[in-house]
Design a protein around this ligand. Structure first.
Ligand code: 1HE
Length: 263
């Protein structure tokens, strides 16, 4: 359990309404085994219940080396499928959480580590981060939702290339491909994620919830249904008491103006 001294695969802390969820298995490069998934599941539920934003990061030199390849060794196919589906469940609780998730990335972000990061809503990478999908070389396949989420982020052809060739890509390339939204200097990813988190935490929680929950769903349906769904969400969110307060603040000139980039 997070914060239990006896099991520290994932650490959890809540500060200023932001949940900090840390992969804490650095001796194994934060490789994801069943314990990590179990601890992560608990941390995700805690963040859902008490935070406004959650940040996921890794202890040590790397975000995550992906699936624990040693644990995988003696699995029957059905056990493997169930394990993959457990990853799917936990990562879906992140992707469709009521609170936005930010992944702060550094070092290796590979295999299942990249699949986990892809479930977050914003990815901030420092200059040391590198991304790879070495499943082809390992004789396995993505199993943590990457076939859906990573391919949506960068496109099927780039993902196919990464999986076939095992090539790794830098943060800069990752940003150009849409894999990450921010690249920051070495060692700054968590600080930058914290800054973004405090800004996001000051938004309307209802707006945040629909930004993270409605946009990916609308993105997967046909245009007519998508536009209809958008109009329903727009009317629902705008009719909330918080929207009324915020719009009154704007009318009465108490609200901050939109600033040009970099100011
Ligand atoms: C591990 C794992 C792991 C490290 N499972 N134990 N993932 C991979 O193919 C990546 C494999 N790992 C690496 O390529 C490297 O470890 C790193 C580039 C990430 C980091 O290198 P380095 O030099 O900092 O660490 P290291 O010396 O290689 O590893 C330190 C220890 O972590 C060592 O254990 P030790 O007991 O000998 O000290 C490693 O064995 C252990 N370790 N990575 C288990 N992955 C849902 S499907 C998803 C499919 C995938 O994720 S495929 C990608 C798998």
């Amino acid at each position: 359990m997070p914060n239990d001294e006896n099991a520290t695969a994932v650490r959890y802390a809540l500060r200023d309404r932001v949940a900090y969820v840390c992969l804490a298995r650095s001796a194994k490069r934060n490789a994801i085994n069943d314990q990590v998934i179990a601890d992560l599941a608990i941390a995700v539920e805690r963040a859902r219940s008490e935070a406004r934003v959650a940040i996921l990061y890794g202890e040590g030199e790397h975000f995550s080396a992906g699936l624990d390849l040693l644990e995988l060794a003696d699995r029957e196919p059905l056990q493997g499928m169930l394990a993959s589906q457990r990853w799917h469940e936990v990562f879906e609780r992140i992707e469709f959480s009521p609170v936005p998730w930010i992944a702060a990335l550094h070092g290796a972000v590979v295999g299942g580590g990249l699949e986990l990061a892809a479930a977050a809503h914003i990815r901030v990478a420092d200059e040391t981060a590198f991304f790879g999908l070495p499943e082809g070389q390992r004789g396995i396949f993505v199993g943590g939702g990457g076939a859906v989420r990573v391919s949506r982020l960068i496109g099927v052809s780039r993902m196919t290339d990464m999986m076939l060739t095992g090539r790794t890509v830098t943060s800069e390339q990752g940003e150009a491909w849409g894999l990450v939204q921010y690249v920051v200097p070495e060692g700054r990813a968590l600080d930058e994620a914290s800054k973004l988190a405090s800004s996001i935490a000051s938004n309307s929680a209802l707006s945040n919830r629909f930004i993270t929950n409605a946009l990916p769903r609308i993105g997967q349906i046909d245009q007519g249904t998508g536009l209809f769904m958008e109009s329903v969400v727009a009317a629902f969110v705008a009719s909330s008491p918080e929207a009324a307060d915020r719009l009154r603040d704007f009318r009465e000139k108490r609200a901050a103006k939109v600033q040009p980039p970099g100011s």
